[in-house]
Design a protein around this ligand. Sequence first.
Ligand SMILES: CC(C)(COP(=O)(O)OP(=O)(O)OC[C@H]1O[C@@H](n2cnc3c(N)ncnc32)[C@H](O)[C@@H]1OP(=O)(O)O)[C@@H](O)C(=O)NCCC(=O)NCCS
Length: 159
Amino acid sequence: MTMTFIKVHIRWCVRRDMPDVLAIEKASSVAPCSEEAFLAINRERHTITKVAEIGDRTLGFVTYRLHGKLHAEILNIAVDPVMRRNQIGLQLIDSLKRVPGRKIEAIIGEHNTGTHLFFQAMEFKAVKVLRRHLVEPDEDGYLFRWESPDADDGSSGEP
Ligand SMILES: CC(C)(COP(=O)(O)OP(=O)(O)OC[C@H]1O[C@@H](n2cnc3c(N)ncnc32)[C@H](O)[C@@H]1OP(=O)(O)O)[C@@H](O)C(=O)NCCC(=O)NCCS
């Protein structure tokens, strides 16, 4: 199998990223987030969006909420459809894994099998089925979890 790798720069999302981020969201979700909803989520405490970019082009993003420094809950992750399978999603996830001792969780709809396989490739484990958890579409959610192999006192790493 040929593996492609496009090295991206990962940084915090800023207002000027919004058109690209919303276009990726629209192309990636059956129930895409509106700009208003996206901004409201990102105004919530401890909620962060990071983008993956090359030059001035945004190719993907991840939105997550921190429950303390050591528990990150992924709320959304998406890569531009034409840029998928270039390890961009991997680099977004790796940017979250860098905090020692961290646990990362994501709930993925039962029919989103490509994303299940992505999280499995990222060494997440499916640990629970959450019945009728998702609304649009109405389906079960699979809770995926990754736990850092190293323990830490939480005094280092990103916010
Ligand atoms: C899930 C998603 C972010 C992955 O992004 P990506 O940049 O294409 O993923 P990567 O290239 O980093 O994939 C790394 C590995 O994960 C696995 N993988 C990723 N997508 C896969 C798919 N559709 N089918 C099977 N395996 C997949 C592969 O093992 C892949 O390595 P390989 O390409 O060398 O085989 C992207 O498919 C996406 O935007 N999906 C739609 C949005 C979505 O469903 N988000 C989840 C809601 S929270």
